[in-house]
Design a protein. Sequence first.
Length: 132
Amino acid sequence: IGKYEAMFHDHLTQPADLPPVEQLMTYLYPPQAVSTAESLLVLESLIAASATADDIQQKMRGYVEGFITRSAGLLQKSYPAAARSQCWTVAYGVISICFNHESLTPLQPPAKYLRAAKSAAWALVETLAGPE
């Protein structure tokens, strides 16, 4: 869990000429997959184990909640007029799309899957801009 928290922290603390929303989306949807089948299996195993192990469940809940909350904060910086609860909801959505896409990595899906995941995630993000 610490490895994934550190990766996200490292990405956000690197000097970037990108707006916060772009930093988030670049992290979640890089051009090349950075996950491996092994790391996916580790995370999925921890999630499965959390059903019967309270200590693992607490750590995984903390990791997920922190990830969503920090992501929502980045969205809030890019869309200051959006409600905090809306930013959290959109963060949850774009992360869920990412996690689902990553879970398909062992299948080596064609590039159109990544394009579709990114497109769907951006459609959610754009709801934070409000009506035009």
